[in-house]
Design a protein around this ligand. Sequence first.
Ligand code: UDP
Ligand code: MG
Length: 315
Amino acid sequence: MTVSVVIPLYNEEENVRELHGRLKAVLDAIGTDYEVLFIDDGSTDSTLTLLQDIQARDNRIIVLSLRRNFGQTAAFAAGFDYSRGDIIVTMDGDLQNDPNDIPKLIEMMKDNDLVSGWRKKRKDPFLSRRLPSIMANWLISKVTGVNLHDYGCSLKAYKRDVIKNLKLYGEMHRFIPAVASWYGVRIAEVETTHHPRLRGKSKYGISRTVRVVLDLITVKFLQSFSTKPLQFFGPVGLFSGALGFFISLYLALGKIFTGREIGGRPLLLLGALLIIVGIQFIGMGLLGEMMVRVYHETQKKPIYVIKKVIGPGKQ
Ligand code: UDP
Ligand code: MG
C-alpha cells in the first residue's frame, strides 16, 4: 500500500521546512510506502526555492510548481493527478492541520472510502471564519443530504477510486464528500487537532463564503438535474405558460362576450409575459438537454460510476 500526501502551498515560506520535518517524522513511523506532493500554487515568495531544496535531499518528495496562483482546489486537483498512492491524504501547508492525525486517518481507511477531518476546536477568528463556516456547513448538509460537521477541513483521506473520476472546479474540493456519497462510498468523520496559524497570513476572508454558496448551487443542480435539465426548467415553463394562456383566454372571452376593451389592461401584459417566459424556460430546458448530451459524449463521460467489474471485462 502506498500513501500519497497532497499539500497545496501559496506563500508559505515560513512554514515549509517545519512542515516537511514533522511530516517526515510521522510518515516514516507508519512504515508504509509513501510520497508527499507539495504543490506550489504560484507563490511569489521563496516557497518554491525551499521546496526544491527539500526535494533534492528527500526522494519521497514530489514538487509540482503551478504557473500562477490557481487556488487551493486546482492545486489539489494537480496533486491528485500526479499522485500514485492507493490512499490519498490532503492537508493544509500552514501547520494548522496536525501531521500527527495522519496515522489515525489511514487506520480508519480500512473500513471507509473517505475519512474527513473535523476541526472540533477550530482555532480561527470567530466572526470572519467560524461563524460563516457553521452556517455553510449547516446549509451544505441540508442541501446535499450528507451530514458532516466540517466540510472545510482540508485534512481528509480518500481511496484512489473515489477521486479518480472527479473533476474539480471553483471551490469544489470541499464538496468531494457530498459528490462521492452519491456514488455510494463509505464516509466517516473524525475529530482532528487544529492549531492557530502561527506564521504567514491566511489567504481567505469572508468573501470565500459567497463563492462556496454559489458552488453549492452548482453542485445541487448537477446532483439533481445534470442529466435531465428539462425536468428542472420544464415544470416552471409549463406553469408559467399555462397561467399566461388562461389569463389571455379570460381576456379574450371577455372581449368577445361582453365587448370589454382589453388593449389597456395590465392583465394583458402579464398574460403575454407569462406565455413568453414559459416558452423561454422550456426552450432553455431543451437547450440544456442538448448540452448535456454533447458534454457526456465529447468527454466520453458515462452517467454512472462502476465500483468493480467482476469476471472478464474491459478494465
Ligand atoms: N493555498 C493555496 N492557494 C491559494 C490559497 C491558499 O495553495 O490560492 C494554500 C495555503 O498555502 C494553505 C492552504 O491552502 O496551505 C490553506 O490556506 P489558508 O491557511 O490561507 O486558509 P485558511 O486556513 O485560512 O482557511
Ligand atoms: Mg490556514
